[in-house]
Design a protein around this ligand. Sequence first.
Ligand code: URA
Length: 292
Amino acid sequence: MSDTTTPLTQGLQLDERQRAMLAEMGVRLWWPEPEVPAEVKADAPARPAVAAPARAAAPAPATAPLPRAAPSERPAPPAPRTVPVVPLGDGALTDLDWPALQDHMKACTACPLSQGRCNVVPGVGDAQRPDWLVVGEAPGEQEDRQGEPFVGAAGQLLDKMLLAMGLARGERVYITNVIKCRPPHNRNPEPAEVAQCAPFLQRQIELLQPRIVLAVGRFAAQSVLALAGVDEATRGQPLGKLRGQVFRLPTAQGSVPVVVSYHPAYLLRSPAEKGKAWADLCLAMAQLDRPA
Ligand code: URA
């Protein structure tokens, strides 16, 4: 039986740096609700399932309620957006190895985004079978200038999230976006742009063979879930319904778990949601310990 008087931080074996990063993220430690089964139906009610972090001891089961944001603190739900069905099995890129894929992306002029870019932003990090693949939406201004994803304010928060998980940019994690060129004025990518870029992400996943994919933000979630063959109605749900569960992306080797969570830029605007994002990261970390 768990002890309801147990201090909230007891049992979590996070080191000082991870605790500091959680504090920086604005996340207070809490006990999780009971874990949602790994293969939750997509239409199940979303809840903040938290599983034991792969690199931290499992916390005791929940008996105390999770601290939740007061209704007045909750941001209004984002307006529903959909992205197109991403073409699958295109085959056009399946012959490309990693260097050829980089060259291909950097030379791409297949859509108008190529005309306004300073740099193509293919991705950054550990490209040698990383444990993690983090997928965001599209480069912003800083990313376009530097040719590296997530280098602005949202990227700094992403780095803190990674550090809280015992990861660092470039170590065991590769970071990329669905779209490799900056949309003008950071507008949402057009369906045709997503369709054009999706095979790049698909080939990156095939070559990287990550152990888990973390899709941050609704746009990345919809695109990765499309690659995973999740039907349009399911993946078109609000992010709050997609998070807290584990999807599977079929690969040549079997399948890889996919967890979706909030985009760091959204978390900067809605800090009250950081606890849910941490719950998603814990759910994702727990998948690394599971057999495929
Ligand atoms: N937002 C993203 O989704 N990707 C980036 O690279 C930067 C900001």
